[in-house]
Design a protein around this ligand. Structure first.
Ligand SMILES: Cc1cc2nc3c(=O)[nH]c(=O)nc-3n(C[C@H](O)[C@H](O)[C@H](O)COP(=O)(O)OP(=O)(O)OC[C@H]3O[C@@H](n4cnc5c(N)ncnc54)[C@H](O)[C@@H]3O)c2cc1C
Length: 399
C-alpha cells in the first residue's frame, strides 16, 4: 500500500508527488497519457510562477515584457514594462521536468493507465486503473485527484457538481507567424464573444492561435484564423484546432474522506484569463502538505482534511472570487462598452498608477480593485446598465 496515490501527472499532480516523495512518503502517480504534460495549453506563466517553479532555460521559448491588446474596433494598445512579466514555455518539457524530479525523489510513475474507479473504505483508498480490460487495483492511505478539467472521478468520491461547473472552451492551433514578435490579445464580439483570443509567439517563427469562449468556438475560430491570414499575421496552420475545457469556478468542496482535489480538477484557475499552471503548482503543493500531515497523524477524515481547503483559500481564494465577478462583468459588455473601458483602463496614467507592478500577471484582484477606485472608471461603470450592476456591486463589496 502506498502512503499516497496521485491521479494525474499534470503540473498539479507532479508537484504534489514531488513534495510528498521529498518528505519521505511512498507515492505513485497514475496517468493515462504516455507523454507527461502533453495537454492542450499555451504555456504562458507569470514571473512569480517562474521564480517559484523555475523552468530550465532550454524549456523557455521566449520572455515577454510587452503585449498588444486589440480592441473590437481594431485599435491597438501596446503595453510595455522594463522587465520580464511572463515566460512562454515548452509546456510538455516544463511539466516533464517536475515529474523527473518527483521520480528522482522516489515517486513511482505508472503511465498509460486510466483510473476507472475509486473506492474509499475505512482503512484505505482503492484505485482501479489500467489500459483496456487489463486492470489493477492500487491501494493507498490517501488519494490526491489532480486529473484536470471535468474529471468524472470526483463523483465517485461524492464531490464536484452534476453540471460539471462553469468553464470556458479553450481552442488552439499552431501556426507559422514569421513576423510576430509579441503576445497579442484580441477582444470583441466578432473574435471571441464574452472572452478573448490570442496569438502567442513560440520559437522558430511559430505561434499559438487560440481563444477561450464560453461555448464551442466552431465558426469563430475559423473566422479568426481567416482574418489573421488575410492580415498576414499568420501563414500555414498545423492541423485542426483542438479544444479542452478551462474551469472558472472552484468546486464547492475540495476534500472528502481520504481524498483531496487540486488543480483544474478542483476548478482552481484564474477566471480572468483561464491561466491555471501556477495555481495547479500551488494547490498541488498545498495538497501535498495536507496529505503529509494526515499521513503523519494517521487521520484522514473530512474533518482532519478541511485545513487543505482553508489553506488554498488563504493563498488565492479571493483572487478566484474577484476574478470570477470581473469575468461576469466583462461578459455583459458590448463592443462599444469594451472599447470605452479599454480606453480608460489602458490609459497611461491608470496603467502606471494602478497596474504598474510585477504581480499583476499572476494576481489580478489587486489591480482590478484598485482600478475600480479611479474616478474615471467608477463613472464609466455607472453607465454600463442593469446587466452589469450586480457584478459591479459584488466587486465593490470585495474591497
Ligand atoms: C487552450 C488552453 C490554453 C491554456 N493556456 C494556459 C496558459 O498559457 N497558462 C496557464 O497557466 N494555463 C493555461 N491553460 C490552463 C492549464 O493548461 C491548466 O490550468 C493546467 O494544465 C492544470 O493543471 P492540472 O495538473 O490541474 O491538470 P492537467 O494539466 O489537465 O493534468 C491532468 C492530468 O490528469 C490525467 N488524467 C485525467 N483523467 C485521468 C484518469 N481517469 N486516469 C489517469 N489520468 C488521468 C490527464 O491525462 C492529465 O495528464 C490553458 C488551457 C487551455 C485549454
Amino acid at each position: 500500500m502506498y502512503d499516497a496515490i496521485v491521479i494525474g501527472a499534470g503540473p498539479c499532480g507532479n508537484m504534489a508527488a514531488l513534495q510528498l516523495a521529498s518528505a519521505g512518503s511512498s507515492v505513485a502517480v497514475l496517468d493515462w497519457r504516455a507523454n507527461i504534460g502533453d495537454k492542450l495549453c499555451t504555456g504562458i506563466i507569470g514571473k512569480e510562477c517562474a521564480d517559484l517553479f523555475p523552468p530550465a532555460p532550454e524549456h523557455i521559448h521566449s520572455k515577454a515584457n510587452s503585449a498588444t491588446i486589440i480592441a473590437p474596433s481594431g485599435k491597438r494598445y501596446h503595453i510595455e514594462r522594463p522587465t520580464t512579466q511572463a515566460y512562454i514555455v515548452n509546456r510538455v518539457a516544463y511539466v516533464n521536468a517536475v515529474a523527473e524530479r518527483a521520480r528522482q525523489a522516489g515517486a513511482d510513475y505508472i503511465l498509460n493507465t486510466r483510473v476507472s474507479d475509486i473506492r474509499i473504505t475505512d482503512s484505505r483508498a482503492e484505485i482501479t486503473a489500467g489500459a483496456g480490460e487489463d486492470k489493477t487495483t492500487y491501494t493507498s492511505r490517501i488519494v490526491i485527484i489532480a486529473a484536470g478539467f471535468g474529471s468524472p472521478l470526483l463523483r465517485m468520491v461524492g464531490l464536484g457538481s452534476k453540471s460539471g461547473g462553469e468553464y470556458l472552451v479553450g481552442c488552439q492551433v499552431e501556426a507559422r507567424a514569421p513576423s510576430l514578435t509579441e503576445i497579442e490579445v484580441h477582444l470583441g464580439s466578432d473574435t471571441a464573444q464574452e472572452s478573448f483570443a490570442w496569438l502567442v509567439p513560440l520559437s522558430n517563427s511559430h505561434a499559438l492561435v487560440g481563444m477561450a469562449p464560453r461555448r464551442r468556438a466552431n465558426g469563430q475560430m475559423d473566422a479568426f484564423i481567416t482574418r489573421l491570414r488575410t492580415e498576414g499575421s499568420i501563414t500555414d496552420i498545423a492541423g485542426k484546432p483542438q479544444t479542452w475545457g478551462i474551469p472558472i469556478r472552484p468546486i464547492s468542496r475540495s476534500y472528502a474522506h481520504r481524498v483531496l482535489v487540486a488543480g483544474d480538477a478542483a476548478g482552481l484557475v484564474k477566471p480572468t484569463t483561464g491561466g491555471g499552471i501556477y495555481y495547479a503548482f500551488l494547490s498541488g503543493r498545498i495538497a501535498a502538505e495536507a496529505a503529509h500531515i494526515a499521513i503523519t497523524n494517521d487521520k484522514f477524515t473530512p474533518n482532519a482534511l478541511r485545513g487543505y481547503e482553508r489553506s488554498w483559500k488563504a493563498v488565492f481564494g479571493s483572487e478566484l472570487r474577484v476574478g470570477y465577478y470581473a469575468r461576469l462583468l466583462f461578459e455583459t459588455l458590448n463592443d462599444n462598452q469594451i472599447e470605452r473601458l479599454m480606453a480608460e483602463f489602458l490609459s497611461d496614467d491608470i496603467l502606471a498608477e494602478y497596474i504598474g507592478d510585477d504581480v499583476a500577471f499572476d494576481w489580478h484582484s489587486r489591480p482590478i480593485l484598485r482600478a475600480l477606485r479611479h474616478a474615471n472608471i467608477r463613472r464609466l461603470l455607472t453607465t454600463l446598465g442593469p446587466a452589469a450592476a450586480p457584478f459591479v456591486a459584488r466587486l465593490l463589496q470585495a474591497r
